[in-house]
Design a protein around this ligand. Structure first.
Ligand SMILES: Nc1ncnc2c1ncn2[C@@H]1O[C@H](COP(=O)(O)OP(=O)(O)OP(=O)(O)O)[C@@H](O)[C@H]1O
Length: 422
């Protein structure tokens, strides 16, 4: 067994490469200079005793929205504290709150904690209107300038009561600004026109990072995280990176993978972090492209496994039909063949079967998420076309990840698993 403490490591400060925002928050975001300038301009009225503007911030996941807004509002808070101005920032993460009501209870709790300190109970049992009145009262108790950040606000779906009412509330003696953040572009498009115009007095887009920006981000985070690794010119982090630990091609490869996926900085950092940990755990002194490749495969596999584990029942059953066909050696089965297998499975499981057309949609969903491959072929002259499906993952991966599902577990153990052994 390895012993703690006496191992060599390539890390100087591991937290700097940890993508978890609670573990490490960057002090600067040069790639978001222009977006943060726009936010600056919306918040600046607060420094002059006026009301800062409401802002709607949108862009895909992992683009520095949360961290950027947090940097800018902390800067504003520090300024206000220095000048003895009455200003408070309240951050509510709406993820997992599926209604305006939940957002309101959490907002009220956060506002109370701002004033009274941590440990406030989540209010419950109130009517929506009463809750709104309580929020307004609490804002008035706090007074001065209050910036409310509603992060991942798309969680509330179409239930946008809070987004309609809050910007219209006029608490006495309070200069209120609301910053709504979302990574769901459809949510933004689908907002009521009134809500959009009052909440989005200013709208700021965080467009996806390109590969060069990701290279700079990774270079800055690697410097400081890894031993003997420094950036000598902050304006050109990647070009000026000097390192005894990172091979020249490692960061470009990690950035290229992330840029090709979605330009997500969180993914890029996660990939680089994993590559560094692989190298470190193997006792190697250099992080090379091979570690990045290994990390990429590892994370892709982990994502596929999570995807399989969270499949709804009908999609999981559709996947099991292709798995069954693979186990029995049927090459490229057609939808009809798979639907026949599916009906037998449904009988065995005592589950209601869906039509072949809907079943085909489930197979296509699985192909879209990279768990199956789909090929459309002609059946021969005048006979139309047919879709054929194959697993894009190992049989074992499917069985291992669905076996813990309470609806399917014993069916897999008793019916499918034994066939893999024959
Ligand atoms: N320009 C940057 N420089 C350094 N790190 C960055 C940069 N942009 C983002 N990050 C890092 O990437 C991760 C994701 O950032 P953040 O949480 O702010 O993204 P987001 O746009 O709010 O994503 P989501 O919509 O999923 O909440 C964090 O670890 C953050 O520190």
């Amino acid at each position: 067994m390895r012993t703690f403490g006496d191992e060599d490591t390539i890390f100087a400060d591991m937290d700097r490469l940890n993508p978890n925002t609670k573990t490490y928050q960057p002090e600067t975001l040069p790639e978001r200079e222009s977006e943060l300038d726009q936010l600056h301009s919306a918040l600046r009225p607060a420094t002059m005793g006026s009301t800062p503007l409401n802002v709607f911030v949108y862009g895909p996941t992992g683009q520095g929205k949360t961290v950027g807004i947090s940097l800018k509002t902390s800067q504003l808070q520090a300024f206000a504290d220095e000048k003895d101005m009455d200003l408070n920032v309240v951050h509510v993460r709406c993820k997992g709150m599926d209604k305006s009501y939940h957002v309101m209870t959490h907002l009220l709790k956060s506002l109370r904690e701002k004033r009274l300190g941590p440990g406030e109970e989540l209010p419950s049992g109130y009517q929506k209107k009463t809750l709104l009145a309580m929020i307004i009262d609490e804002l008035e108790e706090i007074g001065g300038t209050v910036v409310v950040i509603l992060d991942e606000i798309d969680a509330i779906g179409s239930n946008d009561y809070i987004l309609y009412e809050l910007p219209r509330a006029e608490p006495d003696g309070v200069r209120l600004s609301i910053i709504g953040i979302t990574n769901d572009l459809q949510f933004r498009e689908g907002l009521d026109a009134d809500v959009r115009s009052s909440l989005g007095e200013d709208e700021i887009e965080f467009a996806p990072y390109d590969a060069n920006q990701l290279r700079d981000i990774l270079a800055r985070r690697a410097a400081g995280a890894l031993r003997d690794t420094v950036v000598t010119d902050p304006d050109n982090p990647f070009d000026s990176l000097e390192s005894d630990v990172v091979a020249d091609d490692a960061i470009p490869l990690a950035s290229a993978y992330a840029a090709q996926d979605s330009g997500d900085a969180r993914e890029a950092i996660k990939l680089m972090f994993r590559a560094c940990r692989f190298a470190d755990d193997a006792g190697e002194s250099t992080v090379a492209a091979k570690h990045v490749k290994e990390a990429h495969e590892y994370l892709e596999q982990a994502a596929v496994e999570r995807g399989i584990q969270s499949l709804p029942l009908q999609r999981a059953l559709a996947l099991l039909t292709v798995t069954q066909a693979t186990i029995t050696g049927t090459k490229s089965p057609e939808t009809t063949d798979l639907h026949d297998i599916y009906q037998v499975f449904c009988e065995d499981l005592d589950a209601a079967a869906i039509s072949e057309r809907r079943f085909r949609d489930k197979l296509n969903d699985l192909a879209d998420s990279g768990i199956l491959t789909k090929e459309t072929r002609g059946r021969g002259q005048g006979l139309g076309k047919t879709n054929r499906y194959e697993l894009d993952v190992k049989v074992e991966t499917v069985l291992d990840n669905l076996e813990s599902d309470s609806r399917l577990g014993s069916f897999i153990t008793e019916t499918l698993r034994p066939r893999t052994k024959s």
